[in-house]
Design a protein around this ligand. Sequence first.
Ligand SMILES: [Zn+2]
Ligand SMILES: [Zn+2]
Length: 275
Amino acid sequence: MDVILLGTGSPIPDPRRAGPATLVRAGGATILFDCGRGVVMRLAGAGVLPQTLSAIVITHMHSDHICDLNDVITSHWVMSPIPQPLAIYGPPGTEALVKATLAMLSPDIGYRLAHHADLNEGPEVVVTELAPGDTTQIGACELAAYRTEHAPVRPTLGYRVTCGTAIAAVAGDTVPCAGLDALCKGAGVYVQTVVRDDLVRRVPSRRFQDILDYHSTVEQAGTTAQKAGVKILLLTHYVPPMQAGDEDSWRALAAAHFDGKIVLGDDLTKVSLPE
Ligand SMILES: [Zn+2]
Ligand SMILES: [Zn+2]
């Protein structure tokens, strides 16, 4: 199983970091978690063309996690040599999100249908809304949904992907909670979006401080990883953007609470687990 950080950024614009998106490849399946800014470019960087995706999985509807969903839908559609459905999983509200996205794309869909004689229908998107406790099969991978806590954003889900003996916990944006502990229990890799509260607190902006309300800090990610007995903690969604050469100071904050391996870095950072 390969877990690749496609985008390690956040809503804060950063020329080096795409928006939140993580790729899990295992057992022949290629699963995209979230569709942040620049996701199709980073998929290309990982050697993945949109039409080869097995499924898209959405953690929650914050704009930084879904703003390029339209690009994935369009690219999957026009680059597929023969019509093939695109499977999208997510919490309740995903169906409405996809419907609205297709409505936004309707002029473009019309242009392409009018232009290409071999395109006879628009994108076929098959949405499955999931609740905590639901599981589904994507190729050889089992996908299980867990409740996370990112209030006032509701609903939010974290996902556990199991393929053979490999387990990845893709947590999304969440503070520590019982659902997150269950999601991470014994995982080979735990992917957590994080903030640095020590740095955020220095910024004299009420709106920026609000970010601290509903994300895990780097220390909390380390504590969750330790409690759950995960092997590798993979940090992403760095707020504020992690600067070059700063990796060790971020790692040290998690290492104070977690004995295992801690991985962080730029877009396309990869962790591999035996299946
Ligand atoms: Zn969020
Ligand atoms: Zn976010």
